[in-house]
Design a protein around this ligand. Structure first.
Ligand code: C5P
Length: 236
């Protein structure tokens, strides 16, 4: 059997006390917690450290700037010891390889080095949105192009939609770490996510990690909702 797909609970909030509460009630059940732009900008890096202590952290700040600035930014974030962290693939090969070098320098021990994930095309972008930015390719073509670029430049993996897993596995093999948001347990509200898959479907398609926010954090009993997804992944 292949490795179990792991669960990241997205703590999308601007409230430190809310995130601290989830950290206590959910942190031991899920495999990792995600803190992103909203929480980090609202509450600061000390709060990120407090909420993530004792848990694996997916620090999703989607960095994109000139190579030197992104590499320095990652070095500055290293003390938070994220398990996974993100940059934008469209920053280019040099930005990606310098990011990888910065993480290798900060973590000479490969086992503890944060895994560098590249974001390819935001799921909010469609054909027209890409054209507006001068990209004359479909989102799928662009995902593939940027996915190949990112992995060959040193990213460990990609953030992708569940519907892109097969395409990326086909082109890049089993090694890249695929982290997949847009997941909804059967029967739960889709919210604003349009192209969703269940945890079982994403696991069977080859996701290494799934990211689930509202179906856990807005459930009447978040701990129970997380336990149910963990059980689903265990039997996928
Ligand atoms: O509440 P929900 O399960 O939709 O949250 C999904 C999480 O994954 C959010 O933190 C969101 O920022 C993130 N995400 C996403 N789609 C992407 C990339 C990240 O929903 N393409």
């Amino acid at each position: 059997m292949s490795k179990r797909t792991k669960l990241i609970a997205a703590f999308d909030t601007n409230s430190r006390s809310q995130a601290e509460e989830w950290s206590v009630t959910l942190g031991k059940t899920v495999d990792a917690i995600k803190l992103g732009l909203e929480f980090t900008y609202a509450c600061g890096l000390d709060a990120v450290r407090a909420v993530s202590t004792g848990h694996q952290l997916f620090l999703d700040l989607k960095l994109h700037d000139i190579p030197n600035t992104v590499a320095s930014g990652l070095s500055a974030l290293a003390p938070l010891r994220p398990a996974l962290t993100t940059i934008h693939a469209c920053g280019g090969a040099e930005m990606i390889s310098r990011s990888r070098e910065a993480l290798e320098k900060a973590f000479p021990d490969e086992v503890h080095r944060p895994r560098l994930l590249a974001v390819t095309v935001l799921t909010s972008m469609d054909d027209a949105g890409l054209r507006e930015t001068g990209v004359n390719a479909t989102p799928q073509e662009q995902v593939l192009r940027l996915g190949k670029l990112a992995i060959s430049a040193g990213a460990d993996g990609l953030v992708c939609s569940a519907h892109e897993i097969a395409l990326l596995r086909d082109a890049l093999g089993d090694k890249p770490v695929l982290v997949v948001p847009g997941i909804r347990p059967a029967g739960s509200a889709s919210n604003d996510q349009k192209r969703i898959m269940t945890p079982t479907q994403a696991a069977q398609a080859g996701a290494d990690w799934i990211v689930v926010g509202r179906p856990i954090t807005r459930a009447p009993n978040p701990a129970l909702a997380a336990q149910e997804i963990m059980a689903e992944l265990a039997s996928a």
